[in-house]
Design a protein around this ligand. Sequence first.
Ligand code: ZN
Length: 138
Amino acid sequence: MKSYRKELWFNTTSRRQYINITPEVEECLAESGISEGFVLCNAMHITASVFINDDESGLHNDFEVWLEKLAPEKPYSQYQHNGFEDNADAHLKRSVMGREVVVAVTGGKLDFGPWEQIFYGEFDGKRKKRVLVKIIGE
Ligand code: ZN
């Protein structure tokens, strides 16, 4: 069995942002030389997500509006966590959007359903953060 590991780094320009990381993950897969197996892709921070959905800007705006209803960023004082930080909403948003995705690798390609793309979801950005890509197989 072969194994591959890489960290992808991000530093978003805004507090919340969605980035399609499918091309980077495909690059990792090509680099790994693995043609049958699994890709695990996870945020290495507790205020960011990796998730699979449609690459459609309207939907991304819908996520933003929906998550702000569930866990509004402000007022910061509404959260017990915000004693020394102001990112309680980011922890909650990350919990809803998930930590990681697993994608099957078949014939050297990510075995997606129609329209599936991998996203990095940042909820407390403007600083350097990482995503882990781990690929196992043969
Ligand atoms: Zn925090």
